[in-house]
Design a protein around this ligand. Structure first.
Ligand code: ZN
Length: 315
C-alpha cells in the first residue's frame, strides 16, 4: 500500500506504523453492504484494511439510493455487492475487495468467516444475524453488530468470551417488519462509522473496543446510551451447551497509554445539570431496569419489541 495515504493517521499517538501495518494485513468480512455495511466498508477501506470480503444478496433497486452510498443509479438491477465492490476498488485501489452475492446461510460462509480477522454484521434480519453470531462464536472470530431502524441504532461488539447477540436478544424482534421500514441514510451511516471504528480498534490495537455493553442511540434527539450486557445462562449459542471454538485463540486487548496531556489551569465547578428525561422510544421506559439488570435483562424486561434491532435495509 502507498503509506502516504495514511500520513494523517500515522501520527495518531498509540497507532503509528505498527497499527497501520496491522490494518493493511487484516481481512474483514462485512455482511451487508447497504446503508450500514456500505459505510463500514468505506471507512475500513479508507483506513487501509488490506482485504475486504463483502457478502450481500440481491439486486440494486432505486429506493436503495437514499442511503447506500456505494451504489450508482446506472447499476440498478445489478447485484448490489458487485456495485459496492467496484466503487471501493475505484476509490481504494490498494485494497483487495471480494464480492459474494450470497446470504449468510450459504455453505460458503463458514469458510469466509474462518478466514476473517473480524466480522461486521450489517444485515437486516435476525435469522441471518443469529447465523453469523453462531459462526463467529464457533470459530472464535470477533464480531461487531450494527443495526438501525428509523432514527434509532445499536452497536454491539463481541470478542471471544463476551456475551453474544443471543444473550441480548434471545428471540429477535417478533414485531420486526423486514420490508418497508423507514430508513434515513444518515442514521445508517452513523452506526456504520461507529462499527468501522470498532473494527479499526480491534485490528490495530489502538484504543479500546466497546465490549460488554450495548450502545443504543436515537438521532431524533441525539440521545446516546449504553447498557451493560451479561451472559444469559440459557443462551442457546454461548450458554452451557455451547460448542468449543474450533479456533481457540484467546483474544487480548492491549490498552494503549494515552499521550501525556499538558497541565491545564483549574476551572470553577460546574453546577449539576438535571438529567434529561427524554429518551429513545422503546428504551426510555426500561432504561433503569436494563441498567440494573444488564441487557440480558433488557430483553427479559420486555423491551424487545420497542428496541427495534437488526434493520439495515429492506431487500
Ligand atoms: Zn450468548
Amino acid at each position: 500500500m502507498d503509506m502516504r495515504r495514511f500520513e494523517r493517521q500515522l501520527t495518531l499517538s498509540g497507532f503509528g506504523l505498527p497499527g497501520q501495518e496491522r490494518l493493511c494485513e487484516a481481512t474483514v468480512l462485512v455482511a451487508g453492504v447497504g446503508g450500514v455495511g456500505g459505510a463500514v466498508a468505506t471507512y475500513l477501506a479508507a483506513a487501509g484494511v488490506g482485504r475486504l470480503v463483502l457478502v450481500h444478496p440481491g439486486a440494486l433497486e432505486t429506493p436503495d439510493l437514499n442511503r447506500q452510498t456505494l451504489m450508482r443509479p446506472d447499476r440498478v438491477g445489478e447485484p448490489r455487492v458487485a456495485c459496492a465492490a467496484d466503487t471501493l476498488r475505484e476509490h481504494y485501489p490498494d485494497v483487495t475487495v471480494e464480492a459474494w452475492d450470497r446470504d449468510l446461510f450459504d455453505p460458503l460462509l463458514p469458510g469466509l468467516v474462518a478466514g476473517a480477522d473480524v466480522v461486521v454484521d450489517a444485515r437486516h434480519n435476525f435469522p441471518e444475524r443469529f447465523r453469523i453470531n453462531r459462526m463467529c462464536l464457533d470459530l472464535g472470530v470477533p464480531l461487531v453488530f450494527a443495526a438501525m431502524n428509523t432514527t434509532e441504532a445499536q452497536l454491539l461488539t463481541v470478542l471471544p468470551g463476551d456475551p453474544c447477540l443471543r444473550c441480548v436478544f434471545a428471540d429477535g424482534d417478533p414485531e420486526w417488519d423486514p420490508l418497508g421500514f423507514p430508513v434515513l441514510g444518515a442514521v445508517a451511516g452513523t452506526v456504520g462509522c461507529l462499527a468501522a471504528m470498532e473494527v479499526i480498534k480491534i485490528v490495530s490495537r489502538f484504543g479500546e473496543p466497546s465490549t460488554g455493553k450495548l450502545l443504543a442511540f436515537d438521532l431524533w434527539d441525539m440521545d446516546f446510551r449504553s447498557f451493560p450486557v451479561t451472559h444469559d445462562p440459557q443462551c442457546v449459542d454461548c450458554g452451557p451447551i455451547r460448542r468449543q471454538p474450533s479456533r481457540p485463540q484467546p483474544y487480548t486487548v492491549r490498552r494503549v497509554p494515552l499521550p501525556d496531556v499538558p497541565d491545564v489551569p483549574d476551572v470553577p465547578d460546574v453546577p449539576d445539570v438535571p438529567e434529561a428525561s427524554a429518551g429513545m422510544p422503546g428504551l426510555a421506559d426500561t432504561a433503569g431496569a436494563a441498567g440494573a439488570a444488564g441487557v440480558g435483562g433488557l430483553a427479559a424486561a420486555g423491551a424487545g419489541p420497542g428496541v427495534r434491532c437488526g434493520h439495515d435495509d429492506p431487500l
